[in-house]
Design a protein around this ligand. Structure first.
Ligand SMILES: [Zn+2]
Length: 138
C-alpha cells in the first residue's frame, strides 16, 4: 500500500495535478454520464455518454499533463470566466450561515438593517443610526 503511494507520488512528479478547472470538469462529466443513463434508449443518451466521458478524460489529461504553465493559464481563464457566479454562490452560503446565528431586523424608523444574535429572548434593540428603540424577539 505504501509502495503504491510512493509510486503514485513519483508518477505525479513534474505533472500538473488537480485544480479548480479539473474538479469542475470531473463533476460535470460525472453528471453528464449519469444524465445519459436516463436517456439510454435515445440516441441523445449516447452523445451525452460520450461527452461525459470526454470531460472526465480531459480532467485526467490535465492532471497528468507536464505542460504546467499551459494548464495553469487554462485554470486562470476558467476562474476569471466563472468569477461572478462563484462569488454569487459564496455570498449565498454566507447569508445562510449568518441566518442561522443572527436575525436581521429592519429599523422601523430609518430602514437600517440591524444584526442581532439569535436566542436571546425578548430584547430591546437600539438602532445605531437613528437611536430609535424597538422590542423584538430574537
Ligand atoms: Zn433607525
Amino acid at each position: 500500500m505504501k509502495d503504491m503511494k510512493e509510486k503514485f507520488i513519483r508518477f505525479m512528479q513534474g505533472r500538473y495535478g488537480i485544480d479548480q478547472f479539473s474538479k469542475f470538469l470531473l463533476i460535470l462529466g460525472v453528471v453528464v454520464v449519469l444524465l445519459s443513463s436516463f436517456l439510454s434508449r435515445n440516441p441523445v443518451g449516447l452523445v451525452f455518454y460520450l461527452i461525459g466521458w470526454a470531460l472526465v478524460i480531459y480532467c485526467y489529461f490535465r492532471m497528468f499533463s507536464r505542460n504546467t504553465s499551459k494548464r495553469y493559464a487554462e485554470n486562470q481563464a476558467f476562474l476569471a470566466k466563472t468569477y461572478k457566479i462563484r462569488t454569487f454562490f459564496s455570498q449565498q452560503k454566507n447569508i445562510w450561515k449568518q441566518r442561522r446565528v443572527y436575525h436581521i431586523y429592519t429599523c422601523p424608523n430609518c430602514r437600517q438593517k440591524i444584526r442581532i444574535p439569535r436566542g436571546k429572548g425578548k430584547i430591546e434593540i437600539r438602532c445605531p443610526k437613528c437611536s430609535t428603540t424597538f422590542i423584538k424577539k430574537s
